[in-house]
Ligand binder design. Structure first.
Ligand SMILES: Cc1cc2nc3c(=O)[nH]c(=O)nc-3n(C[C@H](O)[C@H](O)[C@H](O)COP(=O)(O)OP(=O)(O)OC[C@H]3O[C@@H](n4cnc5c(N)ncnc54)[C@H](O)[C@@H]3O)c2cc1C
Ligand SMILES: NC(=O)c1ccc[n+]([C@@H]2O[C@H](COP(=O)([O-])OP(=O)(O)OC[C@H]3O[C@@H](n4cnc5c(N)ncnc54)[C@H](OP(=O)(O)O)[C@@H]3O)[C@@H](O)[C@H]2O)c1
Length: 258
């Protein structure tokens, strides 16, 4: 990822790090007053590497009104960015591009009653920010968050997701959220175990959530593993859904999570 010009970033600092597993962590960092974003967008973060910096895209996890920024990160053992990131602790510097980016936002949909948020791995991140936006809770009749990971230990933010249902900002709408975890490489109570395109094709996702998927009502966001995004997109096209574009509104919005 190309580095922004020097005047286009600020030097922020790490506030805290939470480790979910050896390969998955969350961190909070300072947020400059002028940093604005729409839920679903990503920031560009930079760390020193060699003579320069390495920059990577990261979806905001936090609410737009949060005084700090929060991110969920994979740790790739030899990854240029994350091997450095995983060594940081509170007080360390981290660079932030002043401008948030991306089109994976609810502006992509002009209508729809049922919002489905399908994610794998760190593809959960943008949905946490989207679900902290009060207007989402009144705009849709139902909100269904589906998170697919390899092992149950990677089901990050389970307590925070459960707490969303009781948040005072959208209290009367809290019941709309259904959270469906999927664990693909071990069996775990309460979790589905097949990949997302399979769960869509065989009706298991509808059965487990008790919610019908129809192109008339459903608006579906898909984020995470690029192959998953492609396979899930293809499956949904075969079921009558199509990508939502500015010029031709549809039911699907996609984001490759790496
Ligand atoms: C729009 C966008 C948003 C992103 N948001 C996030 C985010 O919120 N959290 C996050 O951890 N990453 C996110 N990424 C990926 C992130 O930018 C980096 O790729 C990641 O931090 C790894 O950086 P690296 O330099 O250590 O390894 P890289 O050299 O960038 O990646 C090495 C390999 O690791 C794997 N990989 C990279 N990222 C991931 C991932 N997130 N999950 C699983 N495997 C991965 C891929 O196989 C990749 O080829 C996003 C990417 C894009 C394009
Ligand atoms: N060392 C470790 O302990 C450890 C642990 C986790 C990850 N990793 C490494 O970290 C990297 C990323 O792992 P990750 O688990 O975060 O991401 P991931 O491989 O994208 O897996 C996350 C979820 O996405 C699913 N998925 C992958 N491809 C799919 C597809 N085409 N269609 C539908 N679902 C799909 C996976 O199911 P499947 O299980 O069916 O693939 C899993 O449920 C990998 O390189 C991995 O080797 C290492």
């Amino acid at each position: 990822m190309a580095a922004p010009a020097e005047e286009k970033y600020t030097v922020e600092h790490m506030l805290s790090v939470h480790r979910w597993t050896d390969t998955l962590l969350s961190f909070r960092m300072s947020r400059p007053a002028g940093f604005r974003f729409t839920p679903g967008q990503f920031a560009r973060l930079g760390l020193p590497s060699g003579q320069g910096f390495v920059w990577r895209a990261y979806s905001m996890v936090n609410a737009v009104w949060d005084d700090e920024l929060e991110f969920l990160s994979i740790v790739v053992p030899d990854g240029e960015f994350t091997s450095r990131l995983s060594r940081l602790s509170a007080g360390d510097d981290i660079l932030l591009d002043k401008r948030a980016n991306g089109f994976f936002t609810l502006d992509r949909f002009v209508d729809g009653q049922d919002l489905w948020l399908l994610g794998t791995g760190t593809g959960l991140a943008p949905y946490l920010s989207i679900l902290r936006e009060p207007s989402v809770w009144s705009r849709f009749d139902t909100l269904t968050l589906v998170h697919s990971v390899r092992t149950a230990a990677e089901l990050a933010y389970r307590d925070e997701i459960a707490a969303l249902r009781d948040h005072p900002l959208w209290a009367e709408h809290g019941h709309k959220l259904h959270y469906q975890p999927v664990v693909t490489r071990e069996s775990h109570p309460g979790c589905l175990s097949a990949r997302l395109p399979v769960l869509l094709a065989n009706g298991e996702l509808e059965q487990a959530t008790g919610r019908l998927l129809t192109p008339e009502r459903a608006r579906i966001m898909i984020c995470g593993n690029p192959q998953m995004v492609e396979d899930t997109h293809r499956q949904l096209i075969s079921m009558g859904y199509r990508l939502s574009r500015l010029t031709a509104p549809g039911q699907l919005a996609l984001e490759n999570g790496f």
